[in-house]
Design a protein around this ligand. Structure first.
Ligand code: NDP
Ligand code: ZN
Length: 366
């Protein structure tokens, strides 16, 4: 038996997202079926639809910030019950055998096909895997811009009751992608944190760092966002690439860049204090070089970080519930997705679009 589902997908690099009927397999014994309620719109969805990373499998149905209810489950499922409010983030499976998987770092899975993404199939497709294997048996996966998902239970998160349902979804990617490196590099009460790029990830970075007790500075190109940053608790805001950098020399323990394009790293290095870290999570592209003298002199770290593990995803959901923080969102019907992409690209979203999946009923009926 299969489940008849509907979603929105792009058929090629320059194609608009359009309704697409699809069939999902009934849940296996260890899987749950989820009726999608909300799905966040991540900038990665746009990169993937537009093949910015050169690995897109079409049709491309994005969506890796998913909140919904369990409507069916396999016979061996113990973690989730029918009716539970649950979430699905960027991953839906991994090899479970390699060192990172055994250490609970599935996002760095070293299995033949690496982890299975919620959309766009395995991170390392069969043709790239050394063995030529396809351990997941599928070249493509279809994400949360749809009304139904089927996912193995251990990659399904619990949505705490204290979170607003419609705003919880972006925590599953934007939240964990900013939480994981802050935890890894030891952000704590009193840390001085810089957030570069104030969009969907930036919004969560500010809120999470504040909740950890850090003092936050936002770097934005947009003067209209200055007041917003202060509203969210940023202590200071640097707007544009200005002389303000000089006053911040040696100030930061940790800077996270969420800028989605390649950009200069060099101006940020002098702003780090001894042992400080600059972590770029945004630009998944070749970056310009930097003066390594400035890195050596303070034993500084220039690094990257990929989403977060399943355990960290649950942790950040619980953390946000405990600290009463949630993304600032704008709810849209899925029929407005192509327009929404334009506003994300121009930096005009405040701060995350979330698709109301109820709007898909319109296309199902059509
Ligand atoms: P958004 O578009 O919501 O936010 C990015 C922000 O960066 C913008 O709001 C803007 O902020 C700033 N910005 C945009 N373009 C430029 C530019 N050319 N130069 C300087 N600043 C710019 O995107 P998201 O927050 O959803 O995602 C950010 C990036 O992170 C994307 O590339 C995404 O693919 C990536 N990502 C990476 C993950 C990982 O695991 N490493 C996981 C999730 C996403 P402002 O107006 O304040 O300048
Ligand atoms: Zn994302």
């Amino acid at each position: 038996m299969t489940i008849k589902a509907i979603g929105y997908a792009a058929s090629g690099k320059h194609a608009k997202l359009k309704p697409m009927q699809l069939e999902r397999q009934d849940p296996l014994p260890n899987e749950v079926q989820i009726a999608v309620l909300y799905c966040g719109v991540c900038h990665s969805d746009i990169h993937q639809c537009e093949n910015d990373w050169g690995n897109t499998v079409y049709p491309c149905m994005p969506g890796h910030e998913v909140v919904g209810r369990v409507v069916d489950k396999g016979s061996l499922v113990t973690r989730h019950a029918i009716g539970d409010l649950v979430g699905v983030g960027c991953m839906i499976d991994s090899c479970h055998e390699c060192a990172p998987c055994l250490a609970g770092d599935e996002q760095y899975c070293e299995g033949p096909n690496s982890w299975l993404a919620t959309y766009n199939g395995p991170m390392k497709p069969a043709k790239q895997a050394k063995t030529g294997e396809n351990m997941y048996g599928r070249d493509n996966t279809f994400g949360g811009y749809s009304d139904q998902l089927v996912v193995r239970e251990d990659f399904v998160l619990k949505i705490p009751a204290a979170l607003p349902i419609e705003a919880a979804a972006p925590i599953l990617c934007a939240g964990v992608t900013t939480y994981s490196p802050m935890k890894h590099w030891g952000v704590k009460a009193g840390s001085k944190v810089g957030v570069v790029g104030f969009g969907g990830l930036g919004d969560m970075a500010v809120k999470i760092a504040r909740a950890m007790g850090a003092q936050v500075t936002v770097f934005t190109r947009d003067k209209d966002k200055v007041a917003e940053a202060h509203r969210l608790g940023a202590k200071s805001v640097v707007e544009g690439d200005t002389k303000a950098y000089e006053a911040l020399e040696g100030h930061f323990d940790f800077i996270i860049s969420t800028v989605p394009e390649k950009h200069e790293v060099d101006p940020f290095i002098p702003l780090l204090r001894h042992d400080g870290a600059f972590v770029a999570v945004g630009a998944l592209a070749p970056m310009p070089g930097w003066n390594h003298m400035n890195v050596v002199m303070g034993r500084k770290t220039i690094a990257g970080s990929l989403i977060g593990s399943i355990a960290e995803t649950q942790e950040v959901l619980d953390f946000c519930a405990q600290h009463r923080i949630a993304p600032d969102i704008q709810l849209i019907p899925i029929q407005e997705i192509n327009e929404a992409y334009k506003y994300v690209k121009s930096g005009d979203v405040r701060f995350r679009y979330v698709i109301d999946a109820a709007s898909l009923a319109q296309d199902k009926a059509a």
